[in-house]
Structure formats: C-alpha cells, structure tokens
Design a protein around this ligand. Structure first.
Ligand code: HPA
Length: 270
C-alpha cells in the first residue's frame, strides 16, 4: 500500500540537502529540457526501488535534480503509462514521492493529438481541464496517508499557475492554446469515430497520460500545471496515418518553445 516508502528513502538519500521547489514531468520527445538544467545530478530508475525501466522509444528513465533559472527543481525524464500494463499505483508513484519530498508545484507535460479542428501542430496547449476516459483511478483502494478520500476536482489545474503560464507566453511571444485534455488508456490511437465522440464531449486534445498523476497530486493538495504539445491532428482530422515517430519528431520541434515556457514559469514561481 505504501510502496512509495522505499523509493522515497532512496531518493532522499540521493538528494541529500537539496530541496526541489518544483517537479517537472517530461512527456514523449520532450526530454531535452533535462539536458539544459545547471548543476545536474542524475539517478537512473534502475537505482530506485519500485521504478520500472521505461521501454517506449523516446521516453528516458531517470530523475534529474538541478537548477533551472536559479531554482532547485526535480525533473522526471520518462513516465509510466497505464498502457504499458503498469498498475495505477506505479503510474502515480513518482508524484507520491514528490509530494513526500515537500514539493508543492507539479508541472506535467505530454504529447497529445489535436481534437479541436483549428489546431496547427506542432503547438503548445495549456491544459484547462480534463476528461478521464481511462476508466482507472490511482487512488482507489485504502486511503494512503497524506491523501484525501474524495479530492475536489473542480479546479484540477491551478488557476494561478495557468495565469502565470499565459503571462509568460505573452512575454515570450509564444502561441499558447488552451483547452480540455481527454485521457484514454491507449496504446492504439483513436478511430475517427472516437475523435468525433471526443469533440462532442468537449475535448480539445487527446492523450494517454497525465490524468492519473493529476488525481494523486490533487489528493495531496499539490498545485498542478499541465502543458500538452499538440504533435499531430487526431485521427480523421489528420489527412495521414498517425505514427509514434511523427509524435516524437513534432515534440522535438516544439521542445524549445516548451523549454522557454517552463523556464519563464519557474523563474516567476517564487
Ligand atoms: N492520440 C493519443 N495520444 C497521442 C496522440 C494522439 O493523436 N498524439 C500524441 N499522443
């Protein structure tokens, strides 16, 4: 039940007296930010109890502690997905550790397909809200110490952080779309009929991650910011077939914009 305890002990030992102020989870093709932190210090997932080794191409497998814009941060390069067959507990494990480390701000990034017809990928989208269509929830089962049974989800993505992201985008002349992220289990991409359904449900983007992490973060009272990179138009809107390679390539194209956005946010967080 408290499987994060061993991971926490190991990560505490590794961090020593470093106290990260924010944790940043890097999505598919977005690992580049981890290479730009100052005074980096890395630990591979193989050295952390309970952390599986990612097998998906384009997903790294380490935590990087370092300075971003003069602030101590912890980067998660490589996340765990339900579609890999991991139980929700494992997907949520890093967030539980971050919360126990006293980190109050969580920045989640991901790659997503554009469901809103007007999107021009590659683009950045601030996540305003989400729809959980994974039919899984990481906080089912016994209540874990430090978490609430019925977390309020009326504002899953922090209003203040969203405002800050918009201000940074304006100041940096970055186009920042804003919309609702629908999370599906995957790993197959959606059919055109499913995308039409998502449009009717009010989704602007679709992906296969993030929502389990947001739920655990909210159960622990963390402030969450979510940013999707719209790497492709979703099935049926896109004139071509979808591929993971296309998603990774588009992610790399907007990685610099995402880096500017995240750096600007971290600079002004405190
Ligand atoms: N669908 C689901 N997940 C995705 C997509 C998509 O079109 N693009 C990137 N991640």
């Amino acid at each position: 039940m408290n499987q994060h305890r061993d991971a926490l002990a190991r990560i505490r030992q590794w961090l020593g007296d470093i106290q990260p102020e924010a944790a940043i989870v890097l999505g598919s093709g977005l690992g580049g930010l981890a290479a730009t932190v100052e005074q980096p210090q890395r630990i591979g997932y193989a050295d952390i109890p309970g952390f599986p080794i990612p097998k998906v191409a384009g997903h790294g497998g380490d935590l990087v502690a370092g300075q971003l814009e003069g602030h101590p941060v912890l980067l998660q390069s490589g996340r765990f997905h339900l579609y890999e067959g991991h139980p929700p507990d494992t997907v949520a494990l890093p967030v539980r550790v971050f919360a126990e480390l006293g980190i109050r701000n969580l920045v989640l990034t991901n790659a997503a397909g554009g469901v809103r017809p007007g999107f021009r990928p590659p683009a950045l989208m601030l996540i305003a809200d989400h729809i959980n269509l994974m039919w899984r929830n990481p906080i089912t089962g016994p209540v874990i110490e430090g978490e609430t049974r019925f977390p309020d989800m009326s504002e899953p993505y922090d209003r203040g952080l969203r405002e800050l992201a918009r201000e940074v985008a304006l100041g940096e002349s970055l186009l920042l779309e804003e919309g609702v992220y629908a999370a599906l289990l995957g790993p197959s991409y959606e059919t055109p009929a499913e995308i039409r359904m998502l449009q009717r449900l009010g989704a602007d983007a679709v992906g296969m991650s993030t929502v389990p992490e947001v739920i655990v973060a909210r159960a622990r009272g963390m402030r969450v910011l979510g940013v999707s990179t719209i790497t492709n138009l979703a099935a049926g809107i896109s004139p071509t077939a979808l591929s993971h390679e296309e998603v990774l390539a588009a992610g790399r194209q907007v990685a610099r914009d995402l880096e500017r956005l995240v750096r600007g946010i971290v600079r002004r967080l405190y």
